[in-house]
Design a protein around this ligand. Structure first.
Ligand code: IMP
Ligand code: MG
Length: 182
């Protein structure tokens, strides 16, 4: 058992299971985006693992780019606004943009991000998320590709963090309550 494994209550997705899910997503994207100008946009930092594996599972010519945003969150005056911490390098006009995310939770971040990127004139814009917590949704967001729907639990690993840690776990697990300071 490694140092970080001790903080995990339960493994939700093994490395093998994640691999299978990413392959399925990659196959669907390969089919749907044949002949298009695909740009995969990874939202930092949580989606780096998904991005690295997913881009290899898509058998098409494509471009990649990265963006880092912070949501002001729901229930504040700026609800629906998203602050750009790192913008794209690529001009997305005329491109078929596919946003790659780790997890769709309240939906606030992606809802605002989609609205912002739409104004830049992409040919299309869609979302691929590895995880989704449908019961947590506060705003309407449609993800074209969803890997795994999960109940309302806080998960870490495979890019997902708690207080910036556990991103390097190769599997996805649920944290023990005592780690939250309980
Ligand atoms: P939302 O959909 O705007 O609420 O925010 C989604 C973001 O919240 C994700 O990109 C993650 O950074 C973070 N997040 C939501 N749920 C979890 C979780 O269970 N573990 C780790 N990060 C999470
Ligand atoms: Mg994130």
């Amino acid at each position: 058992m490694t140092v970080q494994d001790k903080d995990i209550k339960e493994v939700l997705c093994s490395e093998q299971f994640l691999k299978t899910k990413i392959q399925e997503l990659g196959a669907a994207i390969t089919k749907d985006y044949a002949g298009k100008n695909l740009l995969l946009v990874s939202i930092l930092k949580g989606s780096i693992m998904v991005m690295a594996d997913l881009m290899r599972a898509v058998d098409l010519p494509l471009q990649i780019d990265f963006m880092n945003v912070s949501s002001y969150g729901a229930g504040t005056e700026t609800k629906g606004a998203v602050k750009i911490l790192k913008d794209l390098d690529v001009d997305i006009k005329g491109l078929d943009v596919l946003i790659v995310e780790d997890i769709l939770d309240s939906g606030v971040t992606l809802h605002s991000l989609i609205n912002l990127l739409r104004q830049r004139g992409p040919a299309s814009i869609e979302i691929c998320t590895l995880f989704s917590k449908p019961s947590r949704r506060q705003v309407d967001v449609e993800a074209k590709y969803v890997g795994i729907e999960i109940p309302d639990a806080f998960i870490v690993g495979y890019g997902l963090d708690y207080a910036e840690k556990y991103r390097n776990l190769p599997y996805v697990g649920v944290l023990k309550e005592e780690v939250y300071g309980g």
